[in-house]
Ligand binder design. Sequence first.
Ligand code: SF4
Length: 288
Amino acid sequence: MKPIECEGCPLYDAPGPVAGSGPPDASICFVGEAPASDEIASGLPFTGGAGRVLSVLVRKAGGDRNYCWIRNSVRCQVPGNDMGSYEHAEAAIQHCSENFLIPELEESPHVKVVVPLGNSANWILTRRGKVGEGIYNFRGYPYVDPVYKFIVLPTIHPAALMRDRTMFNVVVTDLRKAFRIANEGYKRPPEEFQIPSTPFEVEAAVETLLQAKVPVTIDIENPNGQLVVLGFGIMSLCHVCAFRRRVRRPLLENRRRGGAGDCGDQSTPCVAGRARRLCNSSNTRGFG
Ligand code: SF4
């Protein structure tokens, strides 16, 4: 017999529920997707293959899963264990999380960081991305919502690492960050933005980046094959953006974040030349 809160949930007749694990005073909570057969049998989350991977990840990040909360977005088993193709996925996640997971997190005075493992949990906690889609665009970046008393830091689901271990160390790094925030609190790194207003200022700023002996990031936005934005940065300390086209909305959005200036079409040739040199220099790394 399921509790009254379950009435109306698409998974009402599915096997479960499997609640959570972890001590009442845990400061970090991992949130997966749904229990599978191993979890239904044990009555505990993450006790199958993905659970073993999670234990290793947590240990390598310097933690111990016995001192963490472990939860799922839904507490009952999804047909075929495949949330991505389950037609009522969003309704079930919303119903279960809003009745159990989110109230539990909000009522805890101890939880400082919540780590969505995969996009189901990320979607319900941040309303970003889509259920069944990849989480690569969101992983590793702390998400601050004034509604929550905790920071959300999404990463890749351990089950995905069972299929492809390429991102294993990336997830360990994400979890290290999560433990650090849980122990020390979250401080947004100081940022220094440069807003060039002329092509000459852009050229000077890019030249400064060329001289720097630290990794430089370049962000190239080219929707529909047209170059719209070139962004350059040194770690999180300095950012320069140059716009080829006067695209109103991105410009406003970037200005609101304090990170961009519109240099106009004239700046493109000089910036593009410097960008080529930056791309070829040994201190440059590119991100998509
Ligand atoms: S998924 Fe959650 S809300 Fe739905 S039936 Fe199971 S425990 Fe209840």
